[in-house]
Ligand binder design. Structure first.
Ligand SMILES: [Zn+2]
Length: 264
């Protein structure tokens, strides 16, 4: 298969492989059984039954004089200035058939825009075309099934807490004032109540940071989980020993994902 073949043509080719067929070119002059539409040179539709052509002609009888006056007549069909075949919105059966042909094709069940585009590419147009196509696609049973099978996106993980002081978020802040002896603050936020505790400290050494948490844990009771952002003051052997002794789970935000600890 040529590399220039589009994916759609490739799918048609694969589908046609199941049939045993021979392609024969029949020149237009000698193709006496061709229907009216396929004989109209500039109309792109090439395979339409005679019954369909009659339906189209019936529909065009319902067109207003204003629309018809802007059309040329070829082979009994009205063709407008844009080489399109205008139809009346009142021809419900014909419209349903045309939408069905273009939506339920072998490689079909495209969305509303794709189906409408295919119909226009075949040369059909009518005033309520986009609404009719949207209505058709919305209730198409095959599309409903395909939609149901689509894999749902994984929900964003969020921390769900139902008990006060079950989970604490801990982070450090830097205070810029040079003259202050306490240049840093350890912020502790309860995930459930959003209660905030701020502890000023002189440094962020692990001993200082871990010690600063003790009064808070003593006041509110031991939490189940302490969540930090991976800073070294809470990720070290001393802190690990503290979590183990207190039987507190230590959760660390994923690197380069600061929103994981965004409660603080
Ligand atoms: Zn469908």
């Amino acid at each position: 298969m040529s590399k220039s073949v589009t994916p759609k043509i490739a799918r048609w080719f694969l589908f046609m492989q199941q049939f045993d067929y021979t392609i024969e070119h029949i020149p237009g002059d000698s193709n006496e059984v061709a229907d009216a539409l396929s004989r109209v040179g500039h109309v792109r539709r090439i395979l339409v039954s005679d019954a369909r052509t009659e339906q189209i002609m019936e529909s065009q009888k319902l067109l207003s004089e204003r629309v018809r006056s802007k059309c040329e007549q070829e082979e009994g069909l009205f063709i407008d200035e844009a080489d399109m075949i205008p139809l009346s919105s009142e021809s419900r059966d014909l419209i349903q058939h045309i939408i069905s042909d273009h939506h339920n094709a072998v490689v079909g069940h495209g969305g509303y825009a794709t189906t409408a585009h295919k119909i226009r590419a075949s040369g059909y147009v009518w005033p309520s075309m986009y609404k009719d196509v949207a209505d058709f696609v919305r209730v198409c049973p095959i599309c409903q099934k395909i939609k149901d099978k689509k894999i749902p996106k994984a929900p964003k993980l969020s921390i769900s807490v139902e008990i006060p002081f079950h989970t604490l978020f801990v982070d450090t802040l830097t205070i810029s004032k040079e003259e202050e002896p306490e240049k840093y603050v350890i912020a502790v936020v309860d995930a459930f109540t959003h209660w905030v505790e701020l502890i000023p400290v002189e440094s962020l050494e692990k001993e200082v940071a871990c010690s600063a948490l003790i009064p808070i844990l003593a006041r509110h009771g031991l939490p189940e989980v302490i969540h930090t952002d991976g800073g070294s003051q809470f990720c070290n052997y001393l802190a690990d020993h503290l979590w183990d002794t207190l039987r507190v789970k230590h959760h660390v935000s994923i690197a380069h994902h600061p929103t994981g600890n965004s409660t603080v």
